[in-house]
Design a protein around this ligand. Structure first.
Ligand code: UD1
Ligand code: UDP
Length: 399
């Protein structure tokens, strides 16, 4: 990445730090993009690509390292042709406060070194909030991809991250109409909100053909259209042994009627291994596999007869693919997937898993407005309009 240096641009300075100050490019404004966890990669890959096409910015990529296993990070990034990150913060796992604080502190140093004009964050993970907080304290404008989602459930760590990130952001990019309503209700000026569509579906459309060719289900020995794909990782479902045991019982019962493929998130695998639940699932014939790469997972979704999940992104991808999704939660921040007709809220009673039905094999493409594969182009145009040719903000030392 080129960095034509100049001295006449205001510099950021770290209040108590000792990081050297880095001059800015004189030719183009600099944007710092943040990714940290699996869904971030999928949401941000099209944004980075669309901005690269436009050539308006120096792009600096920061991977916080919230997700770090090969299967949770490298494989997904490779499938998405995500460029090599410029900075890897290696924060790893930890309690919420510890993880958020590590990202906040490490990212602050990157900002001081990089002197960006603005920062782009995506979604609702701890890395999203931590980086938004670091940028806002330095007076650097923030653009938030996937803004305005609300579950109205403050027991979810993601809801806290979403609301606070939106509060700190200057440009708020929504992917469905209710995003604007949610933000207006919180007092956000409408002029800062841009309904651009769903960048996660951009990635899906870009990768769909290659994903379908993989036929992972066939490789696993299950017939396309006949199986149930399961993903679970919400703390509310997997961190309480009695609740998890109930869910395992529900899956074991379902497995008597249909093959189940279960790529298991590391949080969930650790919990399942603790009390013998993993062995129980395997004894029932459930295909308990490691998390798979993005193309393989799209392949599994596209060929599934039904999906049971508590994932946010999977609710959206099944809507785009026209595959029935059963969301094992009491609420969703993605109500459009329900009104669209592909998603059913099962609630949190494991007995409800008995209601999961394999659909007839007739997938239908998404008709959700602006989930059309071009969201990142619209988003990039807004960024160019707002930040190309801008100098980095002048920042004074503050205590
Ligand atoms: C995080 C996000 C969640 C998102 C999910 C996507 C927060 C608060 N949560 O949840 O919103 O839906 O990512 O998958 O940001 N682990 C590994 N290897 C890894 C990553 C995690 O073993 O590469 C294990 C560790 O034991 C870790 C646990 O998984 O403690 C949880 O990881 P963490 O990133 O804290 O939360 P997720 O449950 O992944
Ligand atoms: N995904 C993947 N491999 C898997 C499971 C999920 O590549 O084994 C992808 C999935 O296609 C989607 C994203 O990960 O793009 C969703 O991430 P996750 O469910 O971890 O987080 P959430 O969307 O709930 O925040």
């Amino acid at each position: 990445m080129s960095n034509d240096l100049t001295t006449d641009v205001p510099q950021l300075t770290l209040v108590h730090g000792d990081a050297p100050l880095a001059p800015l490019s004189s030719e183009r404004s600099t944007v710092v993009h943040v990714v940290g966890a699996r869904p971030n990669f999928v949401k941000m890959a099209p944004v980075v690509a669309a901005l690269r096409e436009r050539g308006a910015f120096n792009q600096v990529l920061v991977h916080t390292g919230q997700h770090y296993d090969r299967r949770m990070s490298d494989e997904i990034l490779a499938d998405l042709d995500f460029p090599e990150p410029d900075h890897f913060l290696a924060v790893g796992s930890g309690a919420h406060g510890e993880q958020t604080a590590k990202v906040l502190s490490a990212f602050e140093r990157v900002l001081v070194d990089t002197q960006p004009t603005f920062v782009v964050v995506a979604g609702d993970v701890n890395s999203t909030l931590a980086c938004a907080l670091a940028a806002s304290k330095l007076g650097i404008p923030i653009a938030h991809v996937e803004s305005g989602l609300r579950s109205f459930d403050w027991t979810m760590p993601e809801e806290i991250n979403r609301v606070l990130t939106d509060r700190l952001s200057d440009l708020l990019f929504t992917h469905s109409p209710e995003g604007l309503e949610n933000l207006k209700a919180e007092g956000v000026e409408e002029s800062r909100v841009h309904y651009v569509g769903n960048t996660m579906i951009d990635s899906l459309r870009r990768c769909e053909r290659r994903a379908r060719e993989r036929q992972l289900a066939v490789q696993l020995g299950v017939e396309p259209g006949s199986y149930i794909l399961v993903t679970l990782h919400r703390p509310s479902n997997v961190d309480h042994p009695s609740r998890l045991s109930g869910i395992v019982g529900g899956l074991v019962a379902l497995a008597a009627d249909a093959p189940i493929v279960f790529p298991i998130h590391p949080r969930t695998r650790a919990r399942l291994a603790e009390d013998g639940s993993l062995a129980r699932l395997e004894a029932a014939g459930v295909h308990c596999i490691e998390p798979v790469g993005y193309l393989d997972f799209l392949s599994l979704q596209a060929d599934a007869g039904a999906v049971v999940t508590d994932s946010g992104g999977v609710q959206e991808e099944t809507s785009a693919l026209g595959v029935p999704c059963y969301t094992f939660r009491t609420n969703t921040e993605r109500p459009i997937t329900i009104s669209h007709g592909t998603n059913t809220l099962l609630g949190d009673d494991p007995a409800e898993l008995a209601g999961v039905r394999i659909s007839s094999w007739d997938p239908t493409p998404s008709a959700i407005s602006l989930w059309d594969g071009h969201a990142a182009d619209r988003l990039a145009d807004v960024l160019v309009t707002n930040y190309a040719l801008c100098a980095a903000p002048a920042v004074q030392e503050q205590r």
